[in-house]
Write a protein that binds this ligand. Structure first.
Ligand SMILES: *Cc1c(COP(=O)(O)O)cnc(C)c1O
Length: 447
């Protein structure tokens, strides 16, 4: 209703912007999105975001409608909270964070004092900017130290423990952004307990697998769990802050519990007013996550990634850790003429979208890299199974074998390969349209 009317007005009054949105839909429909952080947002989630809930502001509604620990909670927000609790088994949930970046910094601002030490995973070994990347903190707020990977490119728990016991961080952050293996949250909790630290688990990348039991849950191991809602969960851009068993644990001098401290972390102090339509969209997404269709898609995500890893390894590619437990397949081009950037650009040229990725021991700068990160979320949601994934591996191989790097950024790809792979990509994409979307007009957007 809102969307149909809105699009009609947009087409009439702002054809330039309308055409750009239609072209974006056509692009998504006709390409294979294999970026690890991608997923497909259900039209009913899109509808929540485009709803009258946008007219509600923190100041514009009578009473304390938002969850700031001081009054009633909006019913829409309460649905999101209840569903997040059901999906993740959490005892405390805050659904207001605009992004996982904001969520992580809000948690830190609620629990730490300036100058406190944080122990997080190295950025260039799979960690995230917000997990204690020293330059991001620049010594202003917190001091960051980092653990990394061992020689097998698995999380080095021994190093994490040694650093924790030596530096006594107030907070340990676990969870990664480019790590293809299971994270042992129980082990991180042991380390945190031994060092007297709090544990924050950021499951932004694997939240859909955690929600469906395909990856162990950190919610009762970590003191706080954060996740963005727009990666594997297929929700709106935003995040959740959760606490499990430790929600009622008193923390700090005044004896307030973790949940009480987190309650005012986001609103009003750290981030400002929540966005009600986005909270509605989170509530809708959290209902979809509980369906059998979502569970089946999550299983396909994992199965597809494992098969893609073994197919690519069979074709001679260096797959980091030799395989994957989640949705991520990392390829290693160290010592080869092809850079991650050239691989990304050449694949995008034929309609396969992946991203370059800095990998451990990478001699190339982070703008170029020697790796690519491939993810199976979106193609699994479109319904890809084993035979389509085998075909994806063949298509990726055709391009990477044919591409001739010209330095670190440019390349040549013979026209025959480009046209042939493009045609196969378009065919695959058209056989698996984006589920539940109105079919796209496949004519070129120029008309
Ligand atoms: C993507 C990601 C984030 C950042 O998410 P935003 O919502 O875009 O800020 C945070 N943590 C991890 C581990 C991520 O992968």
């Amino acid at each position: 209703m809102f969307i149909r009317r809105g699009y009609a007005l947009l087409a009439q009054e702002d054809p330039l912007l309308h055409r750009a949105l239609v072209a974006e839909h056509q692009r998504q429909d006709g390409t294979l999105m294999m970026v690890a952080s991608s997923s497909i947002v259900d039209p009913s989630v899109l509808a929540c975001m485009s709803s009258v809930a946008m007219n509600v502001t923190a100041e514009g509604y009578p009473g304390a409608r938002y969850h700031a620990g001081c009054g009633e909670i909006d019913p829409i927000e309460q649905y999101a909270i209840d569903r997040a609790m059901a999906v993740f088994g959490a005892r405390y949930v805050n659904v207001q964070a605009h992004s996982a970046t904001t969520a992580n910094y809000a948690v830190m601002s609620a629990l730490l004092n300036p100058g406190d030490v944080i122990l997080g995973m190295k950025l260039d070994q799979g960690g995230h900017l917000t997990h204690g990347f020293p330059a991001a903190y620049s010594g202003t707020y917190f001091q960051a130290i980092n653990y990394g990977l061992d020689n097998n490119r698995r999380i080095d728990y021994k190093q994490a423990r040694e650093l924790a016991l030596e530096h006594r961080p107030k907070l340990i952050v676990c969870g990664a952004t480019a790590y293809p293996r299971t994270v042992d949250f129980a082990r991180f909790r042991e380390i945190a307990d031994e060092a007297g630290a709090l544990l924050l688990a950021d499951i932004s990348h694997i939240a859909g697998l955690v929600a469906t039991g395909l990856h162990p849950s950190p919610v009762d191991h970590a003191h706080i769990t954060t996740t963005c809602t727009h990666k594997q969960l297929g929700g709106p851009r935003g995040a959740l802050i959760m606490s499990g068993r430790d929600a009622g644990t008193p923390f700090g001098e005044d004896g307030r519990t973790l949940a009480q401290r987190l309650r005012s972390a986001i609103f009003p102090y750290f981030q400002g007013a929540p966005i009600l339509p986005v909270i509605a969209a989170k509530a809708r997404m959290l209902s979809l996550v509980q369906t059998e269709e979502y569970r089946a898609a999550a299983r396909r995500i994992v199965d597809n990634a494992a098969l893609l890893a073994s197919e690519l390894a069979g074709l001679g590619y260096q797959v980091i850790t030799g395989g994957t437990d989640n949705h991520i397949v990392l390829l290693d081009f160290i010592g080869q003429p092809i850079s991650g950037l050239v691989a990304e650009r050449a694949l995008e040229d034929v309609g396969i979208v992946v991203n370059k990725n800095h990998i451990p021991g990478d001699p190339r700068p982070s703008t170029v890299t020697s790796g690519v990160r491939i993810g199976t979320n979106s193609v699994a949601q479109r319904g890809f199974g084993p035979s389509e994934i085998r075909q994806c591996a063949q298509l990726i191989d055709s391009v990477l074998r044919a591409v001739r790097p010209l330095g670190e950024r440019d390349y040549e790809l013979e026209d025959f390969t480009r046209q042939a792979v493009r045609a196969d990509v378009r065919k695959l994409a058209s056989q698996f349209p984006i589920p539940r979307y109105v079919p796209v007009d496949r004519r070129q957007p120029s008309e």
